[in-house]
Design a protein around this ligand. Structure first.
Ligand code: SF4
Length: 251
């Protein structure tokens, strides 16, 4: 696939034609896409992970193709304690290179000064995501300055994600966003997890199919007939925390 890459004479950075990359990667399996990304970008490739329900799927693929790949984990200050314990257990068991970035705000103080009187809910989810997740993500990407990053989104999770390409130019991070799992279904993920004996998040068995922060306005277990992302910001129009939106934190 060298024809879609070229090196800038001055900077040595790899410039890549996203259109050509998507055409060349059509029909490739997620592990093949991850391997291509590792071969193309080497140590300039990182990944993001929420250490959510099925996160070990992409982590396993990425850490197999590029052992020690930096895994950006954004700690908003409002995560489930089970998520933090899950991340620590996986970090040790699989020798993962987790790079944990924290919100620069004290979580309790931020709630107080922003009129959020009940920590079990958020009245202004966009303001909270902007301050405690998106700003942290932007700081992490600025600090690490990757050429490309792997993310675990899937087309069947939302209408917005269904319109995305496997390889996208991400102006926000000045890098390429690569979504190897985009065309996979929950069944495909489950099959990969089963074959490779990978663990699910401990809340998975309690009906949490997509796991973010712990306020009940942000993450709930699924009810009957609900689809995988319906437990996130349930009852609102909000579908994204914002880090997968190229316009940045101004969600
Ligand atoms: S998901 Fe909820 S708690 Fe987490 S940053 Fe967004 S609004 Fe805040």
């Amino acid at each position: 696939m060298k024809h879609i890459e070229k090196k800038h004479e001055a900077s040595g950075e790899i410039a890549l034609d996203a259109l050509a990359a998507n055409a060349a990667l059509a029909g490739r399996t997620p592990p093949e896409i991850v391997q291509w990304a590792a071969d193309t970008f080497g140590r300039k490739l990182i990944m993001t992970s929420s250490f959510g329900a099925e996160s070990m799927c992409l982590i396993h693929m990425a850490n197999t193709a590029l052992p020690g790949i930096p895994i950006v984990f954004i700690n908003t200050g409002y995560l489930f304690p089970q998520t933090l314990a899950f991340m620590e257990a996986l970090r040790n068991q699989y020798r993962l290179n987790v790079m944990e970035f924290h919100s620069e705000h004290d979580p309790v103080v931020w709630l107080s000064i922003n009129g959020e009187s009940d920590p079990r809910v958020r009245q202004d989810v966009d303001a909270c995501c902007k301050a405690n997740k998106n700003s942290v993500f932007d700081r992490a990407m600025t600090a690490l300055a990757p050429a490309a990053w792997l993310r675990g989104i899937r087309a069947d999770q939302s209408e917005l994600r269904a319109k995305m390409d496997v390889v996208e130019v991400n102006r926000r991070t000045q890098s390429l966003a690569i979504s190897p799992l985009l065309k996979w279904t929950a069944r495909d993920i489950h099959q990969y997890m089963r074959v490779n004996e990978l663990p699910y998040h401990p809340l998975w068995n309690q009906g949490y199919a997509s796991i973010g922060c712990n306020p009940e306005t942000c993450t709930r277990p699924l009810g009957d007939g609900q689809s995988q992302r319906d437990g996130r910001w349930s009852g609102t129009d909000k579908k994204e925390c914002g880090i997968h939106l190229d316009q940045g934190a101004g969600i």
